[in-house]
Design a protein. Structure first.
Length: 117
């Protein structure tokens, strides 16, 4: 089992990505299309065109890490968006990796701190 310490935020690149890309290619997508710094400590998620592969890119204090997963059957259901990237929560990522479609998941109300004006 892989356990990731997620001190930063999680961003999903919603467009299909060439899964041959590795550290430098994925970092370039982060900079150019998401407008973020790949060394920020945030986690960046990329999907293949067929949605059967995911790659995660993150900075681990002294170097970039790429984690990849290929499904033998089925697909990952990544949320659709008009933008090149969206931010999700760690629980959403766990559901995606577990095969759950976020659109069909029913969310219970939770406390949210009021936004100060």
């Amino acid at each position: 089992m892989l356990s990731l310490a997620l001190p930063g935020r999680i961003f999903v690149y919603t467009r299909p990505t060439d899964m041959r890309k590795s550290f430098d290619g994925l970092a370039a997508l982060v900079r150019e299309h998401l407008g973020a710094d790949p060394l920020s400590g945030h986690l960046f998620v990329f999907r293949s065109k067929r949605r059967d592969r995911l790659k995660l890119l993150y900075w681990d204090e002294d170097g970039l890490v790429v984690w990849a997963k290929r499904l033998e059957e089925g697909t990952f259901q990544i949320p659709e968006a008009d933008a090149a990237g969206i931010e999700i929560k760690a629980t959403d990522l766990a559901l995606i990796l577990g095969g759950v479609d976020l659109a069909s998941a029913k969310r219970r109300p939770r406390y949210q701190r009021p936004v100060s004006a």
